[in-house]
Write a protein that binds this ligand. Structure first.
Ligand SMILES: Nc1ncnc2c1ncn2[C@@H]1O[C@H](COP(=O)(O)OP(=O)(O)O)[C@@H](O)[C@H]1O
Ligand SMILES: [Mg+2]
Length: 381
């Protein structure tokens, strides 16, 4: 019964997906206006106009305007650095700067982990960093959002499980996939990730594993670490072995929280359990110190009294461990999510202008605050 239902559901989902995204319609990042491109490159609009007219930018459209793809922005960054003999605009890691691994977590479903991970990973890629997104959630919504259907496009051993399993793990290099966003790669997820939760107790009991569960994600990343600047891990909504291994691989932690009483109470439990478990892992030799750890308020409605109160309450307790900017609730984000798109993909004309722009402003504030933390870890300004 269940298996017939599951097959039929999966088939219907596939049909539905094909209707939303016919095979011919490739997912893409949208093109950016000169103002947006200047912002992501990190120069003034006037300077961008000059650089573009010197032949380093895209050709103008028929109406004389230019729009910029992420590739155009990459080319302009490279030409700016060449022109000024600097290493200022291409932001990739320099000697002595270590790979940064950001774990996005909370065990409350719906706290916007996946939305936050997806937009952070894309933002950093558009800014020119080499980014790897890892979908560690068996529900695999991040993979779906980035165009890899967990049941259809992701085969056996093609999730991170393939690289961290106890029996004949494969190299993560064979698992990583490109996405339609330049500079952004993904390790997709699907249900097979659950196997790690089931096999770990046996591996611990038998004592035959070459390395403990908490070390496995960090070790799996080692062969490709020089190819990336930042890894973003979308953690599952529970505190299992996958999450603990991600916490040991992480150099920083972002905890997403919707500012409502029940969510904050659940987070409080989550923090208590995490700290207990991590103490155990630490005793067993796991590394658990972070360059930074921050709480991000998500789906925030400034006009909602109780939400503002709850945010103030958290600020009083956590101080500057709260990000200064919250992510505002916006129909632009939720509507884009319905068609499995991010704000960097949906057409701005689909929304009333104010709606899209307010969401994008909030998103850029949050992401650039996180980027500043990443840069300060590398001792950059
Ligand atoms: N800033 C936002 N504004 C509006 N809706 C949001 C926002 N962030 C997330 N959502 C919506 O909330 C739901 C849960 O978000 P999701 O990122 O999937 O949470 P999680 O991964 O923690 O379970 C999704 O439907 C998503 O589109
Ligand atoms: Mg999720």
């Amino acid at each position: 019964m269940l298996s017939a239902d599951s097959r039929e559901l999966s088939r219907q989902l596939q049909l539905h997906q094909q209707k939303i995204f016919p095979p011919t319609s490739q997912k893409t990042i949208r093109q950016f206006t000169p103002a947006e491109a200047a912002y992501y490159i990190g120069i003034g609009e006037g300077y961008l106009r000059q650089v573009a007219s010197e032949g380093h930018g895209p050709e103008p459209l028929a109406n004389g305007r230019r729009v910029y793809s992420p590739e155009d922005m990459d080319r302009i960054r490279a030409s700016l650095d060449e022109k000024n003999s600097t290493q200022k605009y291409v932001p990739i890691r320099r000697a002595g700067e270590k790979l940064q691994v950001v774990a996005v977590m909370n065990f409350k479903g719906g706290s916007a982990k996946t939305t936050t991970s997806a937009h952070l990973a894309q933002y950093l890629a558009i800014r020119g960093y080499r980014v790897l997104a890892i979908d560690l959630d068996p529900q695999a919504s991040l993979s779906a959002l980035f165009g890899h259907q967990p049941e259809l496009d992701v085969g056996e051993g093609e999730t991170l499980y393939g690289a961290i399993r106890y029996d004949e793990p494969r190299s993560i290099a064979d698992i990583v996939r490109a996405t339609y966003t330049p500079n952004l790669h993904i390790v997709p997820g699907n249900l097979e990730l659950m196997e790690f939760e089931h096999e770990t107790p046996t591996a611990i009991a038998s004592g035959t594993a070459e390395s403990m569960f908490f070390a496995r994600i960090g070790e799996a990343l080692a062969p490709i670490e020089s190819l990336y600047d930042i890894v973003v891990i979308d953690c599952p909504p529970q505190l299992g072995f996958l999450t603990m291994s991600a916490l040991c691989a992480a150099t920083s932690v972002l905890i997403t929280v919707h500012p409502q009483m029940l969510d904050v109470m659940s987070m409080s439990q989550f923090l208590a359990m995490t700290s207990e478990l991590m103490a155990v892992v630490e005793n067993a030799g796991g590394r658990t110190s972070y360059d930074w750890m921050r709480y991000l308020v998500t789906r925030f409605e400034p006009n909602d009294g109780p939400q503002s109160q709850m945010t103030g309450f958290m600020r009083a307790i956590f101080g500057n461990r709260m990000l200064q900017y919250p992510m505002l609730k916006s129909t632009a984000i939720s509507d884009a999510g319905v068609t499995k798109q991010t704000l960097y993909e949906v057409d701005r004309a689909q929304f009333t202008r104010g709606t899209y722009d307010r969401a994008m402003e909030s998103l850029n504030q949050v992401n650039s605050e996180i980027e500043t933390l990443l840069k300060s870890t590398w001792s950059r300004k």
